[in-house]
Design a protein around this ligand. Sequence first.
Ligand SMILES: [Fe+2]
Length: 312
Amino acid sequence: MALHQMSQVVIGVPNVEETARYYTDFGLTGAREQSGDWGLRTLDGGEQLRLVYSPLRRLVELTIGVDDRDDLDRVAHQLAALGVPATRDGDRLSAVEPVTRARAVLAVVPRLTQAEVPATRYNGPGRLERVSERAPGVLRMAPVRPRKLGHVVLGTTDVATTERFFLDGLGFKLSDRIAGAGAFMRCSTDHHNVLALAAPVNFLHHTSWQVDDVDEVGRGATAMLEDHPERHIWGLGRHHAGSNFFWYLKDPAGNFSEYYSDLDCVLDDQLWTPETFEGSRGLFNWGPPPPPSFLNPDDLAALMVGAHSPSS
Ligand SMILES: [Fe+2]
């Protein structure tokens, strides 16, 4: 029937243990396996992050959920038409993205159904949704726990080829574009699950994780920064493409991770018109100005010469 989910990412890092501790602070839960790899879970999506050793930080693999084997057959034909080799193994089809060398695995898995979280009560002019009590956002005590993996952003030295792989090869849909820089693409009802960004080197820019509301974005980031101010990258703000609230933090290997809430969703493709955004609109709608290190992370030069440069 269709692609339906960004199921999992595998990230390679030189410092697996240290990076795993960061993601457990971030709110994922998991444990070290005998191999030394880590599997980390979200509340609703199960094991959605795997950390494995790699001398340089990189996106090793992403898994995309599909409904049935017909989807795998269709994607195999599409990849063949692009001249991209693919390997079929029962309920899985895998192919390597030609530019970044990240492996995409399409797997037949059940659709993710999330229990409905009641809307947070916010007061507004003429609208009292919460009376005689403090806001939930200031009363919550529990650590923030991401609900699911949302998207992955990849820097690519050949954005046209990477886009073709996801759009024409795997069958992602185009949601919006940043003029001259990249494409927001979806394999689910989320506005984007992959963003390919033109870059001087192939690298993993960030992964993004859904939380309940803007208060959880703020609470999560605040807790992450309490003893580690160096983790701060950019936030709080609201993106224009996708509309989501965001706050970006940096893991000890140099990858960014984002808490997000209130992302645009597309249920009917006919009712969504992709746009191309110019200038700062491509980046955000409001928030503090993005630091230069957001688009050009501090370790890019080191990644370009292939040197190991953890940024912690
Ligand atoms: Fe993002």
